[in-house]
Design a protein around this ligand. Structure first.
Ligand code: ADP
Length: 308
């Protein structure tokens, strides 16, 4: 038996004398004192650890506050700059269009050609500014989220892309019912639409485009995955594709219309809902875009009960 587990008093028989008893008592007192000192030391250690934990928690809270305020500043900057740039960009495009239209014979071919180029660039600038403004609006939740059948939203997104799907013989499958989630329906539909649109745009030329939408109900909410068998995204680009105006440099992307804003918008929507988004991809094999939508209600006991 270890020392710590030794009983403080042992049972004794009738032949035990007073001296024995007082020796046992003294031993017990000494042992109790020893244990109390030990307990006190442990208490002190606990108090020290508690103080450290409280300080660390306060530090974390402070950093969280700071991060929140930096994010808000960034949001505000994006909103202000895109809003303020919109009018001048529109103005420049308008004036150039006017000069080209009414300049008539006074303009030499070279000047006209230069003006055409400036006009095209001014329109591109205007488009980018509009995209930024739209993006800044996605950073706000707007309407309160509501319990929504994500399957119906995915279906609506699939139907919107029907013409594209038919033209390119794309197969979109949803093997199992998708769950009910708490979200802003219009926004979640936009997420599906952007991801499906990309899966079609960046399809591989040598095989039929196949897209699969799945979802898993987790204790934290739902995790969706949109899987394609397209051209894939190189490792180095995978975290960058969620950045604003980022496009992967390859032949397919170069031949496809886009501004590199779709995935930035998707990321903003997902994050505004408190979720996360990431991509797993292999060049020549395909990509899987996964995102989470946290539940704001207690998780269902049996995930299948929640399926619609
Ligand atoms: P856009 O499609 O307008 O260029 P996105 O922000 O939607 O902008 O996508 C950013 C870039 O990520 C695309 O230009 C493309 O290079 C790459 N990408 C997006 N989705 C896919 C996909 N499913 N397969 C391969 N590449 C993709």
């Amino acid at each position: 038996m270890s020392k710590a587990n030794e009983p403080l008093l042992r049972p004794c028989g009738p032949d035990v004398g007073v001296e024995d008893l007082s020796a046992a008592l003294a031993k017990t007192v000494a042992r109790t004192t020893e244990l109390m000192v030990d307990l006190e030391e442990k208490n002190e250690e606990l108090a020290r650890l508690n103080a450290e934990l409280t300080a660390a928690k306060q530090g974390l809270e402070h950093m969280n506050e700071r991060l929140k305020s930096v994010m808000e500043e960034k949001e505000e900057f994006l909103r202000t700059i895109s809003h303020d740039m919109q009018a001048p960009a529109r103005n420049i495009s308008g004036h150039i269009d006017f000069v080209i239209k009414h300049g008539g014979p006074e303009l030499s071919a070279t000047v006209r050609e230069r003006l055409d180029r400036i006009g095209a660039n001014a329109h591109t600038l205007q488009d980018y500014v509009n995209e930024l403004l739209n993006l800044s609006r996605l950073g706000r939740m707007g309407q309160p989220p509501e319990a929504t059948d994500s399957g119906a939203l995915a279906q609506a997104a699939i139907e919107t892309l029907a013409a594209e799907t038919e033209r390119h013989g794309v197969e979109i499958v949803v093997p199992k019912p998708l769950p009910v989630v708490v979200c802003q329906p219009i926004r979640l539909r936009q997420v599906f639409q952007n991801l499906l649109d990309n899966a079609i745009k960046y399809r591989a030329a040598d095989r039929r485009c196949r897209i699969e939408i799945t979802a898993e109900v987790t204790p934290a909410g739902a995790r969706f995955a949109v899987r394609d068998n397209g051209i894939g995204i190189p490792k180095d680009d995978q975290h960058k594709v969620f950045g604003v105006f980022y496009r992967v440099a390859n032949k397919v992307t170069a031949g496809v219309d886009g501004k590199g804003v779709g995935l930035a918008a998707v990321k903003r929507i997902v994050e505004t809902h408190g979720g996360e988004i990431w991509v797993d991809s292999e060049v020549g094999v395909g990509s899987v875009f996964s995102f989470t939508v946290p539940s704001r209600q207690p998780p269902p006991r049996d995930p299948h009960e929640e399926l619609v």
